[in-house]
Write a protein that binds this ligand. Structure first.
Ligand SMILES: C[S@@+](CC[C@H](N)C(=O)[O-])C[C@H]1O[C@@H](n2cnc3c(N)ncnc32)[C@H](O)[C@@H]1O
Length: 338
């Protein structure tokens, strides 16, 4: 392409960043060409919107780079929607089914059946769509659960202690079909299919391979050492920087990253046992957050996604239902001076 043409193309792309806000654009049907241009150069969320007084009033903590909400996920998403704040990249790890009791009302993860759990997750993630830019991506880390059906565990398994908290949903007798002893529930895939049925596009079911898993205490199956990180989008063209995360070839071009990620499990922090490893959110954040973009974690826990976002110069939003975790998040972010 000649220089003049290149410059014209760049100017056309740049002009898109000056277009009206996400809300107005959603009301207009964009042409394919317009969608392509926008995906390369998403509109930057204005700082004035990020710092709206009504959001600051509701926030547990706020500064120029970060908003933390101590709230149930759908409630906080409603506040963001009302404020017209749109994000570029949502990356999160919701509570897995029957794995932990966070000891708070309206927590997700302890529903009586896997169906109820998937319904609640899908409801929460469909609510994120109201605040996700059309050029944005949603990444969900989710692991599976076995039905057990044998009643409350009485043994003293110190390694698994955090996961033994009385009668878990999967310890109950079950329905004898999906919910029966020894059954791997295939929750990640049930969730992804339910999302497809709600009009999300699945781009990858990335596999997180754990080189240092906690071994399962079993004699008749393999020990689990992987989880999934689903990548969802809402339309054909969306922001994705292959250069930021790709594998450089000998010719200097970038090949996309592989969909298997070998990442050691995080040891957790004293206050939060289910923390993300920073490396696990690297590809999601760097590939799908444009310069000046906003990253959101709607089940933020200790705030690993927010921390990685801040380290790379992005703004971030964290939501968690437990106040202790909001405090932990705030302290972690404050300790990172940029
Ligand atoms: C698996 S942890 C997330 C850990 C996080 N990725 C980290 O690096 O620390 C899930 C989080 O979801 C929160 N949670 C559970 N139910 C929630 C709900 N309904 N709304 C908002 N947060 C919720 C829990 O308090 C917990 O911190």
């Amino acid at each position: 392409m000649k220089n003049a043409e290149k410059e014209k193309k760049r100017a056309e792309e740049r002009s898109w960043s000056l277009h009206p806000g996400e809300a107005q654009r959603r009301e207009r049907n964009l042409t394919t060409k317009e969608q392509q241009l926008l995906a390369k150069n998403p509109v930057v969320t204005e700082q004035a919107v990020f710092e709206k007084p009504e959001l600051r009033r509701r926030a547990f903590y706020s500064d120029r780079h970060c908003l933390i909400f101590h709230a149930e996920v759908c409630q906080a998403l409603e506040w963001l929607k009302q404020a017209g704040l749109y994000v570029d990249c949502i990356v999160t790890s919701p509570p897995f089914y029957g794995q932990r009791d966070y000891g708070v009302e309206r927590q997700i993860g302890l529903e009586e059946t896997p169906y109820g759990y998937v319904d609640n997750l899908v409801k929460a993630f469909c609510a994120t769509r109201d605040v996700l830019k059309t050029t944005g991506s949603l990444w969900v880390n989710i692991g599976d659960t076995y039905w057990n059906g044998r009643g409350e565990h009485k043994g003293r398994d110190h390694k698994q202690q955090a996961r033994r908290f009385g009668l878990r949903p999967q310890d109950r007798p079950g329905d004898g079909r999906l919910c029966k002893n020894k059954q791997l529930l295939l929750i990640p895939h049930r969730f992804a299919i339910a999302m497809q049925e709600r009009d999300w596009i699945v781009r990858n079911d990335n596999v997180w391979v754990k080189p240092n898993p906690i071994p399962d205490q079993v004699a008749d199956r393999c020990s689990m050492s992987h989880e999934y990180v689903f990548h969802f989008v809402t339309q054909r063209f969306y922001f994705f920087s292959r250069k930021a995360v790709g594998r450089k070839s000998a010719r200097g071009t970038y090949m996309p990253p592989l969909d298997t990620w070998e990442v050691p499990i995080s040891k957790g922090r004293p206050m939060h046992k289910a923390t993300f490893s920073e490396e696990l959110v690297r590809i999601p954040i760097l590939a799908t957050t444009p310069p000046g973009g906003v990253v959101m974690d709607p089940f933020a826990g200790s705030g690993t996604s927010l921390l990685v976002a801040k380290k790379h110069g992005f703004r971030s939003i964290g939501i968690d239902i437990k106040s202790e975790y909001c405090e932990l998040m705030r302290d972690t972010l404050r300790s990172l001076l940029i």
